[in-house]
Write a protein that binds this ligand. Structure first.
Ligand code: GDP
Ligand code: MG
Length: 295
């Protein structure tokens, strides 16, 4: 049997379940998922290692109409992700019919002329959207698969379809790797996830997390992290009454991080105000976001 491998971009509207699907296929939590749209910022790779194939999933930020510089960067990253991969997995929420946002993305993919699978997700919630997505798939000669990333139903068939469409290729990454990102990055993301989950709309997406230091001791790993916000009022919300909010964020994030490192974690968090970081390219780059050049 020929060994197959390749890069698969998971693209789709915000909140359709891209990060959830990536974690489910990889079998480990590497991408954060929240009910808040636009959680994923960086391009994160998830590696699925099988006896006959290596699937490298590229999680992309959701594609939407950009409002500020960070938004434009997100869309640009998603579009360039489509062009550089071997296969596109267009993920949609199959529990509701295709809307303008879905058709916008379908057109971007069509223009790229890349081999494409339509992944019809959230089938546990209902199948109302199924006919509309199948119609778009048929019009473009794309194959499709319906499944639930949350409960796992249909994912084996999806995996088989992905491998079918991948070219023969090498093992790009060592087989024990599940992601291309360093542990520090995942740790920062796990903290950001709790900030988004626990503060909701009060602290919007203007949050960045930096891991300043990781000290590995024999029995415990000490992690020092900084949460950057744009306004003093947001700092207040994050810290909470008598520090209660920051404590809760830390407790929840620490639990997730202990699963990641499979050991004990001591976590200390600080909050810092960095005005206007979202509009500044150099600061975006400094905070670790990939700002791609115009081509
Ligand atoms: P992304 O923005 O596309 O990366 O979406 P996420 O993976 O962050 O998921 C957004 C929300 O949809 C989260 O609350 C997930 O738990 C939920 N979700 C993802 N996949 C499914 C699914 O198959 N069924 C259901 N019911 N919810 C899902
Ligand atoms: Mg995501």
């Amino acid at each position: 049997m020929t060994y197959k491998s390749g890069f698969v971009a998971i693209v789709g509207r915000p909140n359709v379940g891209k990060s959830t699907l990536m974690n489910a296929l990889v079998g480990q939590k590497i991408a954060i998922t929240t009910p808040v749209a636009q959680t994923t910022r960086n391009r994160l790779k998830g590696i699925v290692n099988l006896a006959n194939a290596q699937i490298i999933l590229v999680d992309t930020p959701g594609i939407h109409k950009p409002h500020h510089l960070l938004g434009q960067v997100l869309v640009k990253n998603a579009i360039s992700a489509i062009k550089t991969v071997d296969l596109v997995l267009w993920l949609v929420d199959g529990s509701c019919p295709a809307g303008a946002g879905d058709r916008f993305i379908a057109n971007l993919i069509k223009e790229s002329q890349q081999p494409t699978i339509v992944g019809i997700n959230k089938q546990d919630l209902g199948k109302e959207g199924l006919p509309s997505y199948q119609e778009i798939a048929q019009a473009n000669n794309w194959t499709w698969e319906n499944f639930s990333a949350l409960d796992g139903q249909g994912l084996t068939d999806l995996q088989t379809k992905i491998i079918d469409l991948l070219p023969p290729g090498p093992q790009y990454y060592p087989p024990d790797l599940v992601t291309d990102q360093p542990e520090r990055f995942i740790m920062a993301e796990l903290i950001r996830e709790q900030v988004l989950l626990l503060t909701r709309e009060e602290v919007p997406h203007s949050v960045a997390v930096i891991i300043e230091q990781v000290i590995e001791e024999p029995k415990i790993t000490k992690v020092y992290g900084c949460i950057c916000v744009e306004r003093t009022s947001q700092k207040g919300i994050l810290i909470g009454k008598n520090g209660a909010m920051l404590k809760e964020i830390g407790t929840q994030a620490r639990e997730q991080m202990q699963k990641l490192v499979m050991g004990k974690i001591h976590l200390e968090l600080f909050v810092k105000v960095e005005p206007h970081w979202r509009s500044s390219r150099s600061q975006l780059a400094e905070l670790g976001y990939q700002v791609e050049r115009d081509t």
